[in-house]
Design a protein around this ligand. Structure first.
Ligand SMILES: [Zn+2]
Length: 132
């Protein structure tokens, strides 16, 4: 990866695996100007998982869509976006076991979201249940 400031070559000075998010963070430093920045590597779930709706239609899995649906139910919290991000990673981690031939039922995503919200914030869970 090249430097975000000057385009020169960079080297990795630190890296960390975020188990829950199945993501790797790397701290990079430019060998020319010395700028430091972070890069992230995460699994492309959208390319690997197809979500099957009750009607049978298939759509690529979207972490953003999951994040937004969780966020809607967490809006009463000051840290709603952060919380939704953490919960989205938790839900994705649990969903891995529910994937068959690259396909996952939309109701499995809804039920995993419901369980995660219920443990985290009861009123968010009630809100979510009303919309799904
Ligand atoms: Zn640079």
């Amino acid at each position: 990866m090249v430097c975000v400031q000057c385009g020169s070559q960079t080297r990795v000075v630190n890296s960390r695996w975020q188990k829950r998010a199945n993501q790797v963070w790397r701290r990079r430093q430019c060998q020319d100007c010395g700028a430091v920045f972070t890069s992230e590597e995460s699994a492309a779930y959208g390319a690997s998982w197809a979500v099957k709706s009750p009607s049978g239609a298939l759509k690529p899995f979207s972490r953003d869509k999951l994040l937004l649906s969780l966020h809607r139910s967490l809006q009463h919290r000051k840290t709603a976006l952060e919380d939704a991000g953490g919960l989205a990673d938790t839900v994705i981690g649990r969903l891995s076991g529910a994937v068959t031939d690259g396909t996952i039922e939309s109701r499995a995503i809804i039920s995993a979201s419901q369980v995660a919200l219920n443990r985290f914030d009861k009123s968010a869970s009630v809100h979510y249940a009303a919309f799904h």
